[in-house]
Design a protein around this ligand. Sequence first.
Ligand SMILES: [Zn+2]
Length: 193
Amino acid sequence: MYPKPLKKLIDHFSSLPSVGPKMAERLVIYLFKQNPEKINDFAKSLAELKTSLRYCEKCFNLSEQNICSICSDPKRDQTTICVVEEPLDIFAIEKTKQFSGLYHVLGGVLENLAPGNTLKIPELENRLKNEKISEVIIAMNPTTEGDATGLYIARMLKDYPVKITRLARGLSTGGDIEYADEITLGSAIINRR
Ligand SMILES: [Zn+2]
């Protein structure tokens, strides 16, 4: 049987997405072999995760401040909002350097929502009412659920005076924006329709 501290950590690791029990064992043993400074630093980052990181009050990106660095950057195009599923999609799109507008993180797709969670659609509508937005780019992942959510949002926004566009096809169906290569994703943004 595992010694208790080992068992506890293995349980924590195996509860993470994509980490099976074997991988959890390997990670914990790997950590045990590291020097104490490295482990303390790791533990500190983990402890600070919930105290130093929050959702941007405006776009729901991850941020150290109440308003994220993108929303508070006056050099960004304040008339375009790119709607994405998760904050990781923002990191992927930012890497392409092909988009200089603002974002809005929905927090998921219509199906597969964690219990108690809702999509930030009312918050998006509030932004359309209060900000000078002329274009909304729907950048859902090219999955069945992503497409359905994109259509739903387009319908919800049809009475607002904004142009609604979508990423160009070319991203592999069933794939994730988060994993798309920069060139493909960049051209999907430029060629949005
Ligand atoms: Zn923000």
